[in-house]
Design a protein around this ligand. Structure first.
Ligand code: ZN
Length: 243
């Protein structure tokens, strides 16, 4: 098996030239599919046969829709391993405010699939976080503006509690605070709250750095983000079980 075949996701992540035409963009995607269908799929046929009628993912992964974040690639997961939901800003609306796609996916992952972990993953250079800091940029995008109200609490947190020296620092703190805010929203979902309370579900808040590939994870006990570097216990955002 060549390195290319071992990492089909990496193989498709070529750099897109600025002048790429619509035809060329589509051709690239279809060529990628044909490579997968003819060369990659046959090598993993057993796995796909097993997955054809059932799934039992290790975790639910809630990430930003940003094209540079590929949950399966950065966690080296295979098909069937992660139940992924992605949206602008890795947002989780609080329960009862909006019975949309994210809430539906959470309920399904917890109650139907029985996942034991939910990971909310933000990232560096997030366009959604930049827009939260500069709301004027959203004047012509009323839907994005309305959606990002779910990140408003993080913005207030930064403005009122952090003497950030520049926009880069504000972005860094806002991105972490947004992950913490979405973890709090996640806990308002009854299915999540109940299984966390009886010790069957664990929640995690991560921030992925696109430039370095490092991840920092929120440690709820210590109240800070710590590197996920394999040399320390894995930081978790789950409070103690009560039942
Ligand atoms: Zn983003």
């Amino acid at each position: 098996m060549s390195d290319k075949d071992k990492q089909p996701l990496a193989a498709s992540a070529s750099t897109q030239s600025e002048a790429e035409s619509a035809d060329a963009a589509l051709r690239h995607i279809v060529d990628g599919f044909l490579h997968f269908h003819h060369d990659v799929f046959p090598q993993q046929e057993e796995l796909f046969k097993k997955l054809a009628t059932a799934q039992s993912p290790r975790a639910m992964f809630i990430a930003c829709a940003d094209s540079r974040i590929v949950p399966e690639l950065i966690t080296q997961s295979a098909p069937g391993d992660l139940f992924v939901t992605r949206n602008v800003g890795n947002v989780v609306p609080p329960y009862g405010q909006m019975n949309g796609g994210v809430s539906t996916a959470i309920e399904y992952a917890v109650l139907a699939l029985g996942v034991q972990h939910i990971i909310i993953c933000g990232h560096s250079d997030c366009g959604a976080m930049r827009a939260v800091l500069n709301p004027d940029s959203l004047e012509k995008m009323p839907t994005v503006k309305a959606w990002l109200r779910h990140a408003e609490v993080a913005k207030t947190m930064v403005h009122e509690n952090c003497n950030c020296a520049n926009e880069n620092e504000s972005m860094h703190v806002l991105t972490e605070e947004n992950v913490i805010a979405q973890l709090q929203h996640l806990r308002t979902h009854p299915s999540v709250a109940s299984r966390m309370a009886n010790g069957h579900l664990f929640i995690h808040g991560w921030v992925y750095n696109i430039e370095t590939s490092e991840i920092k994870a929120y440690d709820a006990d210590k109240g800070c983000f710590l590197p996920l570097d394999g040399s320390h216990p894995i930081p978790v955002a789950t409070p103690k079980a009560r039942f």
